[in-house]
Design a binder for this molecule. Structure first.
Ligand SMILES: *Cc1c(COP(=O)(O)O)cnc(C)c1O
Length: 410
C-alpha cells in the first residue's frame, strides 16, 4: 500500500481515501501480477482486456517498433499505416455489412459515438423525433453520460443523476426473465414508442459489469428482427465480449446476426493501451454525413499497432481450443458449487466463470484471502468471478478455481 495513493488518488468506483487500500503492482508477466506483497495469478485479465497476458514479447515489440517511428499524431487531416491496417482488419473480421470504422480512445466513447451515429442518422433522414434509445435491464455500456443513460438504471447510478440523464426505455432482460417474456416486453415497448426510438443497444449474450449474466443468443436474432420491423437501428456493444472471450470471436456469432453499429474496445489492444472502435454500414455512414466527434488521441498509432499485433497473435493460434479448455475446467471445478447453500447461481460461458452468492461479498476480507492463495480477483456485489487470460495453464487456472471454491466454502 502507498500512503499517497491512499490519500490522494481516486480509484474506479471508490472514494478517497480508498475504503480498501490498492495493491501496488511492480510489474506483470505472463498471467502474473507482481505485487509488492508477492506474485498473484491474474484471474481478471485487467477487466477483460489482457487476453494474451502481460509483457508479451510480440506485443512489446509492436509498441517499441511504433514508438521509434512516432507515438502520436493528430488524426484530423493526417492518417497512418497502423490505423489503416487495423481498420482493414476490423472490416474483414466483422460481418460484411460493417465497412466504416470510427476510432475512439475508450469504450465509453465508442458507445457515445454509436449513439451519435444513430441520432444523426435519423435526424438527417428528417426524423429528429427518433431520439431515444431502448435497451435491456442489467446492461453496462460505460461511464460517460450517454453511455450511463443506457446502463441499468439501478446499477448505472441513474438515481444520482436524475434530471440530468436522458430518459431512455428499458425492456426486460432475457437473462432475468424467460427469452419469450423478454421478447414480448421488447415488442410492446417498440410498438408503443418506435416513433421516438433511434436504436436499440445491448451487449450480445453476456451482460458484463451490469451483473455478469448470460442469455440465450437466439434473443439477438429475434430482437434484431423486431428492430427491423419497427424501424429501429440495432447497436451491439461487444466491448467486453469481443476477441474470443465467449468462445466465438464475437459473441453475436453464436447466431447469424448483423448489427447496424458495433462497438469494440477492451481486448482490442490485448489490454496494452486504451483504444476502441465503432463500426457501421455504408448506408448509415452516408446518411450520418459528418460525424460530430473527434477525440485528441483518436486512432493513436501506438494503440493501433499493438491492436494489430494482438489480433494477429489471436488469429494465428488455435485460441478456440484454449477457450474450450478453460470452459471445461471452469465447468468441472465450479459447477458443483451450485449445491452450496450460499450460492445462488453458477454461470459459465467460454473463458468466463461466475459464482453468484446469495449475500454481498466482504470485498476486503475476500481479496485478502485470495491474495494469500496467490490469486487476483475483483469481486463485486454478490459476484465472485474470473475471466483469465487465454494463455493461462491448467495448473494456474486450477489455482483460481480452488481459491474461488475455498472462499465459497468458508
Ligand atoms: C467496459 C465496457 C464499456 C466501457 O469501456 P471503457 O473503456 O471502460 O470506457 C462499455 N461497454 C461494455 C460492454 C463494457 O464492458
Amino acid at each position: 500500500m502507498d500512503t499517497f495513493d491512499q490519500n490522494h488518488i481516486w480509484h474506479p468506483y471508490a472514494k478517497v481515501p480508498n475504503a480498501v487500500p490498492a495493491h501496488l503492482v511492480k510489474s506483470a508477466d505472463g498471467v502474473y501480477l507482481n505485487l509488492e506483497s508477492g506474485r498473484v495469478i491474474d484471474g481478471m485479465s485487467s477487466w477483460w482486456s489482457a487476453i494474451h497476458g502481460y509483457n508479451h514479447p510480440v506485443l512489446n515489440k509492436a509498441v517499441t517498433d511504433q514508438l521509434n517511428k512516432m507515438s502520436h499524431v493528430m488524426f484530423g487531416g493526417l492518417t497512418h499505416d497502423p490505423a489503416i491496417t487495423l481498420a482493414k482488419t476490423l472490416v474483414e473480421i466483422t460481418p460484411a455489412n460493417l465497412t466504416k470504422v470510427f476510432f475512439t480512445d475508450s469504450g465509453s466513447v465508442a458507445v457515445e459515438s454509436a449513439l451519435k451515429m444513430a441520432l444523426q442518422y435519423w435526424h438527417n433522414k428528417g426524423q429528429s423525433n427518433k431520439n431515444r434509445f431502448v435497451t435491456i435491464l442489467g446492461g453496462y455500456h460505460g461511464d460517460t453520460f450517454g453511455a450511463m443513460s443506457v446502463c441499468d438504471p439501478d446499477n448505472g447510478m441513474h438515481h444520482l443523476f436524475t434530471g440530468v440523464l436522458p430518459k431512455h426505455l428499458f425492456a426486460k432482460s432475457p437473462s432475468i426473465v424467460s427469452m419469450d417474456e423478454a421478447l414480448l416486453d421488447l415488442e410492446s415497448t417498440l410498438k408503443q414508442h418506435s416513433d421516438s426510438i433511434a436504436a436499440m443497444i445491448l451487449e450480445p449474450v453476456v451482460q458484463g459489469a451490469g451483473g455478469m449474466r448470460i442469455y440465450n443468443p437466439q434473443y439477438l436474432l429475434k430482437a434484431k428482427a423486431l428492430c427491423e420491423k419497427f424501424d429501429v437501428l440495432f447497436i451491439l456493444d461487444e466491448i467486453a465480449t469481443g476477441f474470443g472471450r465467449t468462445g466465438e470471436l464475437f459473441a453475436f456469432e453464436y447466431v447469424d446476426v448483423e448489427p447496424d453499429i458495433l462497438c469494440l474496445g477492451k481486448a482490442l489492444t490485448g489490454g496494452y493501451m486504451t483504444l476502441a472502435a465503432t463500426l457501421t454500414t455504408d448506408d448509415i455512414s452516408s446518411e450520418v454525413g459528418t460525424l460530430m466527434h473527434g477525440p485528441t488521441f483518436m486512432a493513436n498509432p501506438l494503440a493501433c499497432s499493438v491492436a494489430n499485433a494482438s489480433i494477429n497473435l489471436l488469429l494465428n493460434y488455435p485460441w478456440q481450443d484454449n477457450i474450450a479448455n478453460i470452459e471445461a475446467i471452469l465447468n468441472s471445478e465450479l459447477s458443483s458449487l451450485r449445491n452450496e447453500e450460499c450460492v445462488a447461481e453458477v454461470r459459465i460461458l467460454g473463458a468466463i466463470g461466475v459464482v453468484e452468492l446469495t449475500q454481498d461479498i466482504d470485498i476486503e476480507k475476500t481479496q485478502a484471502l485470495l491474495i494469500e492463495q496467490g490469486v487476483w480477483l475483483r469481486p463485486y456485489g454478490k459476484l465472485l468471478y474470473t475471466m483469465p487470460p487465454f494463455n493461462i495453464s491448467k495448473q494456474e487456472l486450477l489455482k483460481i478455481t480452488k481459491a474461488i471454491t475455498t472462499i465459497v466454502k468458508l
